[in-house]
Design a protein around this ligand. Structure first.
Ligand code: ADP
Ligand code: MG
Length: 627
């Protein structure tokens, strides 16, 4: 085309296209979901921009997505998906569709190229948001025609075309010779592969939209359908004959006679009618159901929640649990919400958990998406992974974090979300969703609960009660169970912390020999957050935590009373004075004190930390943080 410039795809894009085209045949349905999701994103962007800049709405009044299939005389077929969204300038066509500026891309490529299991690659596409390229699954050639919305910076946009074919690694961007035919937005025309003609069928398209897009697409999707219908038409000569037979003095005939005559006349006309096949054009509204969060939870299946979650939050895994509720913010703003607990944490979460801000709280006002950026402090950091859709009834549409009303609402919303989140976690913790779910919860979130108990003072108790820790007596226990099962007279919660050690290693430690022999339970803390966790919690049911590697250890079942115990200790110290003096001299400057111990059973000696000093473990943690 005129003014066109052939450009090479960036090497990553070329690799990606290859994978998409070659290995995803069985997942090619995803193209529709991906293109509709892009159209929906573009419409959302337009609507949000229009809140501050009305002129972007010019050109096309309605905000919608339309799908049309064409079968041409020459046997070629096209599928066209169009939206009246924000559109793209020629620079954006090149940048957005010709390059991959996404951080996840190399990760995706590594996963997809390294995987022999192509069944997973289809899901990866959605998860990594590499959606546009999926159009090449079903098309030999793709044209993207786009007219950007009018803005102050770009008051006279013109329509451009991006085109590319499946087999070569180039694309072109050129001005559209037809002028600004779109009004506004983007139209994707796919010249279907010969083996992809099933996508011409409105039944196929309707099913796919229902399955993948109807829950998550807030703008109407219309499908153009053409049905051939048989209709009856009157034959031309029949009409004239009937007219001729019409009695002129009809009104004078009495009723009975008139009836007879009518029937006869109808018969006569019917004989003269003939059937004709016509094509009826119709736009069918595919997603006319209300969005899932507006529906009665009783009418929604697990599969529908899962589909909605996956499409909305671009996660290819199933959520672990969800909670669908409605409420009132307290300042009078009614809302409906669905909160999801993912079944995995983002790879990045543990890189810097205390820096992560919640980015998946999708705030809507009366069904219209407003923002998923509620700011740094939208939630406590430990909960930044939670995924929520909230639809508020009576906030002003241009809700911005700065306005007083929305500040108040957001604050109330935050505490409601945290409260509901904690309830849902508790529900899972109590096996109410099943044992597997409870196991998964702790497998994924145990360390998150510890972090939360450290970070979030208000919810410390609730979070700490969800934590499970290994002991010398069982694989894991909660603090509540530990305290309930303690030995009679036991006044401390014993723990041994050594970061990086397994519970099995810890169980062999000299520090717990005597406790173990006497039947006491000792928490075995080898995870980095464990010691900080117990130190922040401080006590549980009034029992203080006691590091068994530190001085101050008290058994609940000492045979001697404290006075006698002390006397015995002095006696022993006296008896072993020469040895103690020798050891003190030899270790001067390294060891603070040498005493006769009552905590060992078989080991000859142990080095313990000062009650108020850092344990070896804390020293390790602090050292690693200073690096
Ligand atoms: P993603 O949607 O995850 O960003 P895609 O490959 O699906 O990845 O799309 C790439 C980019 O192309 C989008 O981010 C968007 O900027 C642009 N884009 C795609 N489709 C449209 C569209 N219909 N309207 C406007 N921009 C679009
Ligand atoms: Mg996309």
């Amino acid at each position: 085309a005129d003014g066109a410039q052939k450009q090479e795809y960036q090497s990553d894009v070329a690799r990606l296209r290859k994978i998409v085209i070659n290995s995803l045949y069985s997942h090619r349905d995803v193209f529709l979901r991906e293109l509709i999701s892009n159209a929906n994103d573009a419409l959302e962007k337009l609507r949000i921009t229009s809140l501050t800049d009305k002129q972007v709405l010019g050109g096309a009044d309605d905000l919608n997505i339309t799908i049309v299939a064409h079968k041409n005389e020459d046997g070629t077929a096209k599928l066209v998906i169009r939206d009246t969204g924000i559109g793209m300038t020629p620079e954006e066509l090149t940048k957005n569709l010709g390059t991959l500026a996404k951080s996840g891309t190399s990760e995706f490529l590594a996963k997809a190229e390294g995987s022999t299991d192509t069944s997973n690659t289809g899901n990866l596409i959605g998860a990594f948001g590499l959606g546009f390229y999926s159009s090449f699954l079903i098309a030999d050639k793709v044209y993207v025609t786009s007219l950007a919305a009018k803005t102050a910076k770009n008051p006279n946009p013109s329509q451009y075309v991006f085109s590319s074919s499946a087999e070569d690694s180039t694309f072109e961007v050129y001005p559209d010779e037809r002028g600004n035919t779109l009004g506004r937005g983007t139209e994707i025309t796919m010249v279907l592969k010969n083996d992809a003609l099933e996508y011409l069928d409105p039944v196929t398209i309707t099913e796919l939209v229902n399955k993948h897009s109807s829950f998550s697409t807030t703008f109407p999707i219309y499908l153009f359908t053409q049905r051939t219908e048989e209709i009856e038409v009157e034959a031309e000569d029949a009409e004239t004959e009937a007219e001729e037979q019409e009695p002129a003095d009809e009104l004078e005939i009495d009723e009975e006679e008139a009836l007879v005559e009518d029937v006869e006349e109808e018969k006569e006309v019917e004989q003269k009618k003939e059937t004709k096949t016509v094509t009826v054009d119709k736009w069918v509204h595919l997603n006319s159901q209300p969005p899932i969060w507006m529906r009665d939870p009783k009418t929604i299946t697990d599969d529908e929640y899962t589909q909605f979650y996956q499409a909305t939050f671009k996660d290819h895994q199933k959520p672990l649990a969800w909670h669908h509720f409605s409420g009132d913010s307290g300042s009078g703003t009614a809302f409906r919400a669905i909160l999801f607990i993912p079944s995995h944490l983002d790879d990045k979460y543990w890189q810097n958990p205390l820096q992560s801000a919640a980015k998946d709280i999708r705030l809507m006002v009366k069904r219209v998406f407003i923002t998923s950026d509620l700011g740094e402090d939208a939630l406590p950091k430990w909960a930044s992974w939670v995924k929520v859709v909230v639809d508020a009834e009576d906030l002003p549409l241009n809700v911005s974090r700065e306005t007083l009303q929305s500040r108040k609402f957001l604050k109330q919303l935050q505490s409601i979300i945290v409260k509901r989140l904690l309830q849902t976690l508790q529900r899972l913790h109590e096996n109410k969703d099943g044992e597997l779910e409870a196991w998964q919860l702790h497998h994924i979130y145990n360390n998150v609960f510890k972090l939360g108990a450290v970070e979030d003072m208000r919810n410390r108790e609730k979070l700490a009660s969800l934590v499970k820790l290994p002991t010398n007596q069982r694989n894991e226990t909660t603090l509540n169970d530990y305290v309930a099962d303690r030995k009679e007279g036991q006044k401390q919660i014993f723990y041994l912390a050594d970061m990086g050690k397994t519970p099995e290693d810890l169980a062999k430690s000299v520090f717990i020999e005597k406790l173990h022999a006497r039947g006491y339970e000792v928490l075995l803390l080898g995870e980095p957050l464990d010691e900080v966790f117990v130190q922040n919690v401080g006590r549980w049911k009034k029992l203080p935590f006691q590091d068994v590697a530190k001085a101050g250890l008290k058994f609940g079942d000492e045979e001697l009373d404290p006075k006698e115990e002390k006397e015995r200790q002095n006696q022993l110290n006296e008896e072993f004075k020469p040895l103690l003096d020798f050891l003190k001299k030899e270790t001067a400057g390294v060891i603070r004190d040498v005493v006769v111990s009552n905590r060992l059973v078989t080991s000859p000696c142990a080095i313990v930390a000062d009650a108020y000093g850092y344990t070896a473990n804390m020293a390790k943690l602090l050292n690693s943080q200073q690096k």
